[in-house]
Every structure is written in C-alpha cells, then in structure tokens.
Design a protein around this ligand. Structure first.
Ligand code: DP6
Length: 361
C-alpha cells in the first residue's frame, strides 16, 4: 500500500459549481496515538471508539475560477468569518493538493459548525478535518468515473489524516484502528480501518460522558506534543507498548472482559500524560480537578463494582466510559459527585457511533 494509489487519474468530467455537506464525528482513542514521523505517519498504532453526538457539520460550496495560481477559500464558523482558521486549512490544502489536483481550479466557501461548544476544550480537529476531507472527496467523486465506497472511505481517511492524525479515525465506526501493527490485519499507517475482529456485546453501546474540566485553550498543542516524542527517553518502549496493548485488546474485546478493558485503557490514558510530563520541555495538561475526578471514579468503582472507567485525550477533560446497562447508576454518580469539578458544571453525554454521514451531494 502506498500514497500513489490516491493520486487520481485524469478526471472525466468538469463541474462548474456545486455544494456538498457532511457531518463527521469526533473519536476517543483507547490506545493512544502520540508521536509522529514526517507526513503525518504515526509512530505507533492506535484504536478508537467513534463518537456519536460530538460532530462537525461542514458545507462546502465551490465554483470554478479563472486564475489557477493559488488556493482561494473563505472559512466561516457558525456564520462568522474566521480568518484565523485559514493557515491550518492552507497547510492542509498544500499537503493534499497532489491527491486532489482540482483544488486550485475552484473557489471554496467552507461553512462549519460543531454540535459541541467551540470553547469546550474538546478538540474539533478530528471531526473538523474529517468533515472537510469528506466534502473534498465528494467533489472529486463528481469528476471521476466509478469510485467504490471502500475507496471513497479509504481516501477520505487518508486525506483527513493529512489534516490531523486522529481525524482519519472519524470516517467510520464503531472501532477504528490506525497505524500498521501485526496485531491487526489490514492495519496501515496511511488511513484508518474498521477493527476486523469479533467484539462482545458489552462494548456495543458503550457510553462516553465527557466532563469539561477546562475549556480554555491548551498551553501545548498536540502537534508540539507529538514532536516532543522525538529523542524522548521513553519513546521506544512506549511505541512497543502500544503494539502490545493492541494485541492484548483483542481477547478482551472478544470476551467482553470489562475489568481487563478498564485496566488497559486507564493505563493508556495515564501513559499518554506520563509521556508529556517526561518530555523535555515537560508539560502538564491535567488540572487538579482532573485528578479529583479520577480518584472519585476509582473509589466509586471499588465501592460499587460497577464498570466505570476514565480516559483522557491531550487536555484536562475526562472521558468517563461505561457500558450502557450500568448507565442509570453511573450517570447518577456523575451528576451527584463529578459535575461539581466541571467548569460551569458542563458535561456532554455521548456514546459509541458509526461514522460520518452525507448531508448533501
Ligand atoms: C492525545 O490528531 O490532534 O488525542 O496529528 O498533530 O493533528 P495531529 O494530532 P492529533 O493528536 C491526537 C492525540 C491524542 C490521542 C489520539 O487521539 O490517539
């Protein structure tokens, strides 16, 4: 498998103008992607649950232009023009131009909105970049001869990855693997693939309640954090561990062993943050309330035997994961004991989802 397969042959049609729209979800990693090589190639494999409610909705309007010398686009968030989003999209367009050679032939209007508040501290890069990638490949599909659904999804994931690594895991659901590993057949560094093995009923409707501990801008971006894995004293072992954890996850997912699942994902979350704290320069993204919540979760689990667990992404917010059939007691606990540690008492109820949806073609 190489990048070459995503360079299109000559287009068979041209279209003057049009509009496409997609909604694409966020995802939460169980085995974390942390560390990357050139061209958004991950240093280790990762696996995530696709989410259902935290989504980006993107409308992309395009019209043919005369001058093909540069990219031309405008970006709007919730109806407001956002020039500060432009550099990231410009970088993305540069990276994907060879795979989407029509980009300089059109003027684009990107209108986007999120189902979660922009200032929630929830990263919108996975949902945002995957929604934009899907809109672009939808346009390419109109110029092309037959494009299979499988190729469409692979290329969408491939393009999304070039925008933001974790975005490649948002195209489909419900469990997606990205990064080559012997543990998972078909896995590769270029795009995300559906987890191909048996998954126990216990994981079918898994819940994710996101506790918004800190809605501010992160002090250290993911991109900077990934780069600090170069020359990191523990990086080599960490990358080996991620492969091992994917291997260990297989029998756990098959048998529905929730206890082992919890141990593995919580260890992954804390390892991610341990990598940040042992980088040079080091940084800490957890807040005091992140630890308060984690300790309360551990205590509640010990007392009740319920299968509540936590994971973290690159920030202070806590994702509380649990099986649906325990949600009455666990939600009660979250409301009574954990919401007090959230900024303005804010939290979002989400659950495992099945990927992006076309709104308009
Ligand atoms: C901690 O995908 O946001 O959420 O590729 O630089 O855009 P870039 O990074 P990003 O990194 C996400 C890291 C993580 C773990 C994960 O989602 O696997």
């Amino acid at each position: 498998m190489t990048e070459q397969q995503f360079i299109p042959k000559a287009y068979i049609k041209t279209v003057e103008s049009g509009k496409v729209a997609w909604e694409s979800p966020s995802n939460i990693a169980l085995v974390k992607y942390w560390g990357k090589k050139k061209d958004q190639i991950p240093e280790n494999p990762s696996i995530s649950f696709t989410l259902n409610n935290c989504k980006t909705i993107t409308n992309l309007t395009f019209s043919k232009k005369e001058d093909e010398s540069d990219f031309e686009f405008e970006v709007y968030l919730d109806g407001d023009k956002k020039d500060d989003f432009k550099p990231k999209i410009d970088t993305f367009f540069k990276r994907v131009e060879v795979y989407l050679p029509f980009l300089k032939d059109y003027r684009f209007k990107i209108e986007t909105s999120n189902t979660f508040p922009h200032s929630s501290g929830i990263a919108s890069s996975a949902s945002g970049m995957s929604a934009l990638a899907l809109c672009l490949i939808s346009i390419e599909k109109q110029f092309s001869a037959e494009m299979t659904d499988a190729f469409f999804n692979e290329k969408a994931s491939f393009l999304a990855r070039l925008g933001s690594g974790s975005a490649c895991r948002s195209i489909e659901g419900d469990l997606i693997v990205w990064g080559q590993t012997e543990a998972v057949e078909g896995s590769n560094d270029l795009f995300g693939v559906k987890y191909p093995y048996k998954v126990h009923e216990n994981f079918k409707d898994y819940q994710d309640t996101i506790l918004l501990v800190d809605k501010g801008e992160k002090q250290v971006s993911s991109t900077v954090g990934h780069n600090l894995m170069h020359n990191h004293p523990y990086a080599k072992n960490r990358f080996v561990q991620a492969h091992d954890n994917l291997e260990k996850l297989k029998p756990i997912l098959e048998s529905g062993d929730l206890k082992s699942f919890i141990a593995l994902i919580e260890s992954e979350a804390l390892t991610l943050h341990a990598m940040m704290m042992t980088s040079m320069p080091y940084f800490i993204l957890m807040k005091p309330n992140t630890l308060e919540i984690i300790n309360k979760i551990l205590k509640f689990r010990e007392e009740t035997g319920l299968h509540i667990s936590f994971t973290l992404d690159a920030g202070a917010n806590v994702h509380v994961l649990y099986p649906k059939n325990e949600s009455v007691e666990i939600l009660e606990f979250i409301k009574n004991e954990l919401v007090a540690y959230c900024q303005n008492g804010h939290y979002i109820c989400d659950q495992i989802g099945f990927g992006a949806q076309l709104i308009k073609n």
